[in-house]
Design a protein around this ligand. Structure first.
Ligand code: SAH
Length: 233
């Protein structure tokens, strides 16, 4: 059993924000993963490691094949599942992925060694808080799938490293539906995340220089397109 994730790691994934029969439909009727991605998905489920759910996998396939990004940044590697999914569907892309958890880094390294056959993926080890400022490149697609109270903290640095026309996707932003409730109805332990997410929505959803979309897949995706060079949040 993997040590790092408690039984509650998937708490919000078990409170789907759309009806369960639709979630079931999206997970079973869309093309399943094959080969190493199927193996890694099964391993993650068995070990309760929170990788993107299948409806998001299908959406990412579509997005990657359509956008064909050239330089991708990911925050939150875990075992490398989403990075390998992006690599497979955007074969020209270079992918930089960040994680700070030693145990996950161990799994990710092993999986990239075995399955990143085009050598597309570079893993940076450490906390994104420390690493983001040191990134030298710009990216045209950023996937943020880490601690969600930090999304608003990371956003200015991410926007600095995003090309105009580039896209950011942030995962798990509905907090199992809590974001649409008044704070007093939210469990105390969830309120720091709630406040961080509300700040994120306030800063982005109606920003004049960003185009945003909320997509109810999994626990929700926030999609942001950068429309001009200098974004003041
Ligand atoms: N994107 C992966 C799942 C990521 S799970 C997939 O779908 O396959 C979230 C990961 O984010 C965990 O492995 C955790 O260690 C990492 N993480 C959370 N906060 C982080 C931070 N501040 N810096 C680096 N990694 C972080």
């Amino acid at each position: 059993m993997v040590q790092s994730y408690s039984k509650n790691a998937n708490h919000n994934m078990r409170r789907p924000v759309v009806s369960e029969n639709i979630v079931h439909f999206m997970r079973t009727r869309q093309k399943q993963n094959e080969a190493h991605l199927a193996k890694l998905e099964a391993f993650a489920h068995q070990e309760n490691i929170p990788i993107i759910p299948h409806e998001t996998v299908a959406y990412f396939r579509f997005l990657m094949q359509t956008i064909q990004p050239k330089n991708i940044l990911e925050i939150g590697t875990a075992i490398g599942f989403s990075a390998l999914l992006m690599a497979e569907n955007a074969p020209q892309a270079k992918i930089t992925t960040i994680d700070r958890n030693e145990e996950m880094i161990g799994f990710a390294k092993e999986n990239f060694e075995k399955y990143d056959t085009r050598n597309q993926i570079q893993l940076l080890e450490g906390d994104a808080v420390d690493l983001l400022g040191g990134l030298k490149e710009t990216y045209d697609f950023v996937f943020m799938d880490s601690a969600k109270s930090k999304y608003i903290v990371f956003l200015p640095e991410i926007l600095n490293h995003l090309t105009v026309g580039g896209v950011i996707i942030m995962d798990d932003i509905f907090q199992g539906g809590d974001v649409a409730r008044p704070i007093l109805e939210v469990r105390r332990g969830q309120r720091t995340i709630y406040k961080g997410l509300q700040r994120l929505f306030d800063a982005t959803l109606t920003h004049p220089d960003l185009t945003t979309g909320l997509v109810p897949l999994g626990d929700g995706l926030l999609m942001i397109r950068k429309n001009t060079e200098n974004i003041v949040l």
